[in-house]
Design a protein around this ligand. Structure first.
Ligand code: SF4
Length: 255
């Protein structure tokens, strides 16, 4: 990560502080969210290339595999599933033990195997086929509501399906890194869970932002959590957001 001049960082924050003095809390948080985006984008290289080009149903299966699992392990499990069950109908008809064996590299394969089958069964029952391509004809809110009506699909998964798949819709996923960084920065409260944080964090960003803008916002906050704002020991000494952050280690705060 490029080093940042401390003086420049404080100078960049001044317009934000001026706005905060006259605006109420929502406008203040919107200004702060935009400033965070503005500073992190050059650090992590916006626009960030999409890492998947899967159809939305495949993205849903991939997302269900990824919960509490390293990306490399869930990626391997997804490839193994595709190799063994080239059609999702084959997976639906398979014994659950065969699925569990195929995805044994992920966390909780004994729970994820029946859940994937149940979700696919629900999609087929509600839509009449094993496809989610039709979501691309809906608004983001309607598509998310359709997905979240299926047991086992929450806000993070619904947003991931719409954003990461070839639908490339304007939804904002929030993973555990993104959530932790947003909490430390004061964009959301210290007790707010990941699920309810989705509409709050989305509301702080412009309504007309494109799918790429929202994808970038998710990715840069996630990457910042992975590379700088670590879970155990955040590296505030090299964080470009230190003057905006109420959780910054005292030694790095503005005097
Ligand atoms: S200043 Fe520290 S706690 Fe705040 S976002 Fe940066 S690394 Fe995280």
């Amino acid at each position: 990560m490029p080093s940042a001049n401390r003086h420049d960082l404080f100078a960049a924050a001044r317009p934000l502080r001026a706005a905060a003095a006259t605006d109420g809390p929502p406008a203040d948080l919107t200004a702060k969210a935009l400033e965070i985006h503005r500073r992190l984008c050059p650090v992590y290289g916006c626009p960030i290339p999409y890492f998947h080009s899967l159809d939305p149903l495949s993205e849903l299966v991939s997302s269900l595999l990824s919960h509490r699992t390293r990306n490399a392990d869930s990626g391997r499990a997804f490839k193994a599933l595709r190799a063994r069950f080239p059609d999702w109908a084959d997976l639906l008809a398979a014994p659950v033990e065969a699925i569990e064996e195929t995805i044994r590299g992920v966390t909780w394969p004994e729970l994820k195997a029946p859940r994937i089958q149940a979700v696919l069964r629900a999609v087929e029952a509600r839509h009449g086929g094993l496809s989610l391509d039709f979501l691309g004809e809906m608004t983001v809110d309607a598509a998310r509501a359709w997905l979240e009506a299926i047991p086992g699909i929450g806000p993070k998964t619904s947003a991931a399906v719409l954003s990461f798949s070839v639908l490339r819709m304007a939804a904002l996923p929030v993973d555990s890194h993104h959530h932790r960084v947003a909490q430390r920065l004061g964009l959301i409260g210290p007790k707010m869970d990941v699920g309810p944080s989705h509409p709050i964090l989305r509301s702080q960003l412009p309504a007309d932002w494109s799918a790429q803008d929202l994808y970038d916002n998710h990715e840069i906050l996630m990457l910042h959590g992975q590379q700088v704002c670590h879970h155990r020991k955040p590296a505030c000494c090299r964080c470009v957001l230190v003057d905006l952050c109420p959780s910054a280690q005292v030694a790095y705060r503005e005097p």
